[in-house]
Design a protein around this ligand. Structure first.
Ligand SMILES: NC(=O)c1ccc[n+]([C@@H]2O[C@H](COP(=O)([O-])OP(=O)(O)OC[C@H]3O[C@@H](n4cnc5c(N)ncnc54)[C@H](O)[C@@H]3O)[C@@H](O)[C@H]2O)c1
Length: 336
């Protein structure tokens, strides 16, 4: 099967490209140049793509031409401006990329003859956040206060409308929780912040230590996407799907940091609070994943502690980034 991944030069895109290649698929990618220190660059994965294209998804004509040229069996749309803090700095660009860019990708698939399924990736942050103590279900109201969440909620609603009216094969939307895993070097994300701090022998300063998030290992999240795509192709499934940790698991940022510090064997003060933060972020965010667990028979294979320890092991490994990523994918595929 030939997969086209938008955002293949990013964190999830690099893991997903390797995972698909190891499963025997052909992979092409559309994205921007990788950022400095990215997994894509450091693991040197450019050779695995049949077509490795650098196109801005805001450019409607270019994206249409490229998607038609690739002519994939499956499209997975990951490309986005995915950072909350960056969205406060560049709100318009964030909306353009996340909303218009997503519509451009959808529109570009319209005349594909071989397309068997497409999956649009939004996020757990699309739900209108009421600090609910239960997880959000797929039918809950969408909305967002910060520009990133609002742009993703808008992209989700726009995709639902486009899919309802124009798709000729099964299209679905996946909303996953906060993923952790090796090879994430993005600014303002907790794991890269910790790795940078520990490597420089500094005490990390946390922005929202009490914020609760649906943490999940990147491979559990990507496996969810692929299980869904299989059933889109074989059973014609579509709709919206949450992927996240087992319901009832509830871990704050400081739980994650404490667990990571232990795995790293960091013996100094684990963290302090960064008091300079002015941007707002929701305090409590949980996902209800019953739909994916019951209808797709999907389940996460790594619990919270395992997810953190796999992540820590990746950053501490002596292997090359390419080898350690492949090693963890193989280990994951070997799990029942
Ligand atoms: N990482 C998480 O915890 C998380 C959680 C929920 C949802 N998501 C979603 O998953 C997807 C991937 O996230 P990630 O963590 O891999 O992000 P990332 O920043 O590592 O990768 C983003 C990718 O999108 C591409 N991109 C950005 N703007 C583009 C543009 N204008 N044109 C073409 N390509 C563009 C980048 O080049 C890169 O390949 C995003 O849609 C994000 O919203 C991520």
């Amino acid at each position: 099967m030939h997969y086209l991944i938008t955002g293949h030069t990013g964190f999830k895109g690099s893991w997903l490209s390797l995972l698909l290649e190891m499963k025997g698929h052909t992979v092409s990618g559309i994205g921007l140049d990788p950022v400095e220190k990215s997994l894509y660059e450091q693991a040197n994965i450019s050779d695995l793509f049949q077509k490795d294209l650098r196109i801005d998804i805001r450019n409607r004509d270019a994206i249409k031409k490229a998607v038609e040229q690739v002519d994939p069996d499956v499209v997975i749309h990951l490309a986005a401006q995915p950072l909350v803090r960056e969205s406060y700095r560049t709100p318009l660009e964030t909306f353009e990329t996340n909303v218009i860019g997503t519509l451009n990708v959808l529109e570009a698939t319209r005349n594909l003859n071989n397309l068997k399924a497409a999956l649009i990736i939004t996020t757990d942050k699309v739900y209108k956040n009421h600090n609910k103590s239960r997880g959000y279900v797929e039918t809950d109201e969408l909305g967002g206060d910060d520009p990133y969440s609002a742009s993703k909620a808008a992209a989700d609603i726009a995709s639902q409308s486009w899919i309802k009216n124009f798709s000729r094969s099964p299209f679905a939307i996946a909303r996953a929780g906060n993923v952790i895993g090796g090879g994430d070097w993005a600014q303002d994300r907790i794991i890269p912040d910790l790795v940078n701090a520990y490597t420089n022998n500094e005490i990390p300063a946390l922005r929202y230590p009490d914020a609760v998030r649906p943490w999940q290992h990147v491979l559990d999240c990507l496996n969810g996407y692929l299980v869904l795509i299989d059933q889109q192709i074989t059973q014609g499934l579509s709709g919206e799907w949450n992927f996240g940790p087992t319901s009832g698991e509830r871990h704050s940022v400081k739980d994650l940091v404490d667990c990571f510090a232990k795995a790293w064997a960091w013996d100094s003060l684990p963290w302090t609070v960064d008091s300079r933060i002015v941007e707002r972020e929701a305090n409590l965010l949980l996902l209800d994943t019953t739909k994916a667990r019951t209808l797709l028979n999907w389940k996460d294979k790594l619990n919270f502690e395992e997810s953190v320890s796999w992540t820590c092991n990746w950053y501490r490994s002596e292997l090359t980034q390419f080898e350690r990523t492949r090693e963890q994918i193989q280990q994951y595929l070997n799990l029942a």
